[in-house]
Design a protein. Structure first.
Length: 257
């Protein structure tokens, strides 16, 4: 882990208050955890961090490498959470496949000027052209509304699948979703989907992560859900003693029609 940080559990505002003090320069947090398992911040947690930073004169930094660039149906996730950071990081989808990363800051905290921080390929014209083109597409309110709509379809259908596995849970927003199936079921479901040519990601051995292209079609969503449901229904994927009847499958098809 990067040195210089004190760590507190995600979602535990009390622990954050203990860790933050007069010497704290900044608090860095993902508004929605990515590699941690697609974990949503508990109610009031991010607002509490904002207030805590204001109290101590520290910066609030959001890591939006995964949650940004339209992924949640907002240009950046903070816009749907009602908490404004002082600084945020962005990458991944920002370049639409072209490697790029960026740091955005409020003007009063933008201490870097040209020449302060550079690298051989930093700010190269190709990457910048890619970012400009991507932003022109994903900043369109109509495009973002479609992401939110497709995300809602996907999330509702995943909740139906989750009912078929005791203890399963669906988390996330927009097209950044996690289906937590537990350590016994998730790896088997992942392997079965891979065999069928549908690539998901598995996090921590328990959570199936779904982060499709923002341009994913509804037909592609239905195909992925059919494959995922079949994988969950496969006897080797389900814990013993669980009934996987047809009604839930019928409900799933209706939900994504």
């Amino acid at each position: 882990m990067l040195p210089g940080f004190a760590y507190a559990p995600f979602g535990d505002l009390g622990a954050a208050k203990v860790a933050v003090g007069p010497q704290t320069a900044a608090v860095l947090v993902e508004p929605i955890q990515g590699e941690g398992g697609i974990n949503d911040a508990p109610e009031g947690f991010l607002r509490g961090l904002r207030d805590l930073c204001d109290e101590h004169g520290a910066l609030l930094i959001f890591d939006e490498v995964q949650s940004g660039a339209g992924r949640t149906g907002h240009l950046y996730a903070y816009q749907g959470l009602g908490v404004i950071p002082d600084v945020l990081t962005s990458a991944k989808g920002l370049g639409g496949g072209v490697p790029v990363g960026a740091v955005l800051a409020k003007e009063e905290y933008a201490a870097l000027t040209p020449g302060n921080h550079g690298s051989t390929f930093g700010g190269n014209p190709l990457a910048m052209a890619a970012v400009k083109t991507v932003i022109e597409v994903i900043a369109d309110p109509v495009f973002l509304e479609e992401v939110r709509f497709k995300g809602a379809i996907l999330k509702n259908a995943l909740k139906l699948i989750a009912r078929r596995v005791p203890g399963a849970e669906v988390r996330g927003e927009g097209l950044l979703l996690g289906l937590d199936l537990g350590p016994e079921v998730a790896p088997k479901v992942f392997d079965q989907c891979l065999k069928e040519g549908v690539l998901f990601n598995i996090i921590g051995g328990t959570t199936i992560r779904l982060a499709p292209p923002l341009t994913v079609t509804r037909t592609e969503i239905r195909h992925a859900l059919d494959t995922l449901r079949t994988a969950v229904d496969t006897p080797t994927s389900a814990p013993s003693g669980i009934s996987l009847g047809m009604p839930a499958a019928a409900q799933l098809r209706a939900a994504v029609a």
